[in-house]
Design a protein around this ligand. Sequence first.
Ligand code: GLA
Length: 718
Amino acid sequence: MTDSTPDSAASEYAVLRREGTSLVVERPAAGLPRVLHWGADLGALDPSACSELAVAISRQTAPGTLDAAWQLTILPQEADGWAGRPGALFARQGRPVFPRWSVEEFAADGATLTVRAADAAESLALTATIAILDGGVVTVRHELTNTGTDAVAVEWIEATLPAPKAVDHLTEFSGRWTREKAPHTGPMPRGAHVRQTRRGRSGHDAPHVLLASIDAPRDRSGEVWAVHLGWSADVTYRTDRMTESVAVLGAGEMLRPGEITLAAGQSYETPVCYFAWSDGGLDGISARFHRYLRARPQHPKSPRPLVLNTWEAVYFDHNPEFLLSLADTAAGVGIERFVLDDGWFMARRDDTKGLGDWVVDPAVWPDGLEPLAERVHERGMEFGLWFEPEMVNLDSDVARAHPDWLLHNPAHIEHPAELSWRTQFVLDLANPDAYAHVFGQMDELVTRLGIDFIKWDHNRDLVEAIHDGNYGVHEQTLAAYRLIAELKARHPGLEIESCSSGGARTDLGILQITDRVWASDSNDPVERQDIQRWTELLLPPELVGAHVGPSPAHSSGRFTDLSYRMATSLVGSSGFEWNIAECSEEELETIARFAALYKEVRHVLHGGTVVHGDVRDPGLRLHGFVAEDAAEAVYVIASIVTLEDSLPERARLHGLDPDRTYRVRVRKEIGDTQYGWHHPEWLSRGEVTLPGSVLGTVGLQLPPLWPAQAVVLHVTAV
Ligand code: GLA
């Protein structure tokens, strides 16, 4: 047997550390670097400690494998003895390419490690950028360049990091329209496990975040390794749990055959892959992602305005006089951003016409949108407008004039009905003329009306998307990113919400250039409790649109109390999607009280640490928000069905300072909560004062809440 144990003393090492996480990377004498450790901070390891770490985890040559004692590199491949999914796969002129990388640069600069490698024989160059960002979030990005003359086809390049063999559970997400982000936890699959999407958008069933954990993940404890890909279209998420290796987690763009072919000198850059580790359970993972996102320079800084969106209020039935008066009513109850949804542009009386013609329809708005935009601004609100810039109806001026602008399979263009979706098609934004048309019309309206906010929708999958005779999803996605970025650059201060039939595009790719997501088309607060909770696993609440809709909910027919709908909306970036002109005086007063409460506590909701309750009752939910200095917190305790026990569990208020004393007040602005015949004393009194240690460990006795009831607690240090 060959003894090919790597000489760890001859290796170079990089140690990246931040906020309790560290990454130790080895550059061996030959081949690509390998990650020796990703997880808890191991302290300031010097090269000799790193070398000893390499010795400590060095492996035997497993029976029944290559004679070499192979190592798991950042792009594992067959020649390493790796029988899992390769980290990358290329072909040149139809011939398979198996690179032998030699590292030319291994440079750690603060929190970023840059690795440059090349395969001279195959004329390939690779740059891997591995960084540890705010929150201890690790990012990995690869760039491949064809330094030869013949074209190189990229099948995939995926970022991977190792997790210990001890991870025995995998949590994945799926979902559907109006029920996004549903988690599924099961045993860690054996072998190479792949989860792919092919929708040309993230989709309602997007993998979202893949979580590998030791035991099933809990809110507040346990080790979890998470991965998320910042890409808004087709993706591959992967785990490898091979017999002869530690566990591997990763993700990359799902490319179709020939979609990326690099001519001489061309490069392909992968989307950014985000990794987070925590020993504080799911809340620890969220805290890392939230801290990373909040530290970005483009993260929204101003208080998140209370929204009124007109969709469920009027749908396509636009009546300028009514909408002007709705704006007045909205301003009167404390709304800060008025958003005119679908239905304002040419021929858009229903969802069969008009997409692609971003011109105000004079048949409905004879004086244009100026009077409404002016009224909204005069009343001190921001003006928002809905667009679906990547889409087109065949029944539109633009489609009639430019049928060749469709992102469509030309072989089947004669039978468009086969591939229509909500009677709409996709505009090929990688076509510069189509791009210029959309940019021009949007830019003109944003300038003329002083639009402050765009609800940017995307209401269908991409099906047989062909651009210039090739698969078009990759180019389309980059063109959409460019369009958003260019509009924002042209209009500083313009905010954009990413909507895709609700929450089908909420990833960190789109969020680098947008300011909010619409979590779901379900405004049913019972459904929303979980949709928002799991969207906020990745995104901080200020980025997650959460509106109060009417009762019964339009998406489910469920009747709920206004107090419950408001409490649920408090858990995100709050607003209303309801014809509030039909509300009674009493309801309007409640809305105004709620608006004041939201404004009073939003600095805590949108800047604090998000905590959850680790509650045992399947019908109970506990979301908390604790200010960074722990001087103030808000908790929303909610039921989704009746509770299991007549004496339910106590709600532990996590995240407070155990050494401080807090006053806990029930905020009754939203109205009374229904909880049957038991009245725990603190609840009927409406307040209690206790040390953080007691609130976090003993907690408050809950009443047997009726289904769909909520209590809002405001906690302040005394
Ligand atoms: C999508 C969105 C909704 C609404 C409609 C308008 O379904 O998710 O919020 O904007 O389009 O057509």
